[in-house]
Design a protein around this ligand. Structure first.
Ligand code: CP
Length: 310
């Protein structure tokens, strides 16, 4: 297997091949051992400076990248759009080039506009990692999700994964679909017709509007948050109605013919897409996903740094 990624930036899962994903997973296996040791740090990115620039809110991704960078001994700077000169009219490129002038080697960016990371990678001399760009992609989330399935079930290949909820507005759904299919999983989406994009069949994904049927089919259910902040019109009558049709509760889970794995990328709206007793049940791997996020992001940063011969 190649020991180097085929890309210099992580802009989306679409640009990765299966070997890249397997290399990231194998590298993350080693880093997971590292972060479970009493001394959690390795010198792999010593003398590398990483800027985390976030134009949109984040808890998990931001903290996870910062921890990953610190565990790799990188120097880290953090930038938030709120409180910055963006409010004075500075463009994205000017903002980032000013950060790079301070000798930054890698940029991790979250941005509300789809394509922002691709745009940035074309215009700056640093490795770019997309930490979520609007409704487009969230590649490290998909990698940590697939890594968590592999850890729980031994493999992703041949497994049946259903992604439930707001597929239309979800960068997590799109990146998951690309990643899971590259790894040989069968993928289904489930939700109201208004929240399923029309192109979904063209990318080899099954569609099911009945939650119980979808859950009876799957090995793993990835329950997504309804992204009200991205919805310009009403896609369903009310959250209560959505929850009645597509919310996963313990009664549904316990009545399924087999034990399935429950995932959620966070942040959870408890009582909407998933009830608390499901989120906290033994079938839920939600906190494993968060833990694995650090190892996956360490692997991505380490492997991208190799492509530039640092
Ligand atoms: N899963 C995820 O991206 O969470 P945050 O928005 O908190 O980073």
């Amino acid at each position: 297997m190649s020991q180097q990624l085929s890309v210099q930036h992580l802009l989306g899962i679409k640009e990765l091949n299966k070997e890249d994903i397997e290399l990231i997973f194998n590298t993350a296996d080693n880093f997971k051992d590292v972060i479970n040791r009493p001394i959690k740090k390795v010198p792999s990115l010593r003398d590398i400076t990483v800027a985390n620039i976030f134009f949109e809110n984040s808890t998990r991704t931001r903290l996870s990248f910062e921890l990953a960078e610190k565990r790799l001994s990188a120097d880290v700077v953090n930038f938030s759009a709120s409180g910055s000169s963006v409010s004075k009219g500075e463009t994205l490129i000017d903002t980032v080039n000013n950060i790079l002038a301070m000798k930054v080697d890698m940029v991790v960016m979250r941005h509300p506009k789809p394509g922002a990371a691709v745009f940035l990678a074309k215009h700056i001399k640093a490795n770019v990692v997309n930490a979520g760009d609007g409704t487009h992609e969230h590649p490290t989330q998909a990698l940590l999700d697939a890594f968590s399935i592999r850890e729980k079930l031994g493999t992703v290949e041949g497994k049946k994964i259903v992604i439930v909820g707001d597929i239309l507005h979800s960068r997590v759904a799109l990146s998951n679909i690309f990643c899971l299919k590259k790894l040989g999983a069968e993928v289904m989406v489930c939700g109201p017709a208004t929240l399923i994009p029309r192109y979904i069949g063209e990318i080899g994904v099954k569609v099911e509007h009945n939650l119980i049927k979808a859950l009876e089919w799957c090995d793993v259910a990835n329950m997504l948050r309804i992204q009200l902040e991205r919805q310009d019109i009403k896609y369903f009558p009310s959250l209560r109605e959505y929850s009645m049709m597509y919310g996963l509760n313990k009664e549904i889970l316990d009545n399924l013919p087999k034990e399935i794995v429950v995932m959620h990328p966070g942040p959870i709206n408890r009582g909407v897409e998933i009830t608390s007793d499901v989120a906290d049940s033994k079938q839920s791997i939600i906190l494993d996903q968060v833990e694995n996020g650090v190892a996956i992001r360490m692997a991505v940063l380490y492997l991208l740094a190799q492509t530039r011969g640092f």
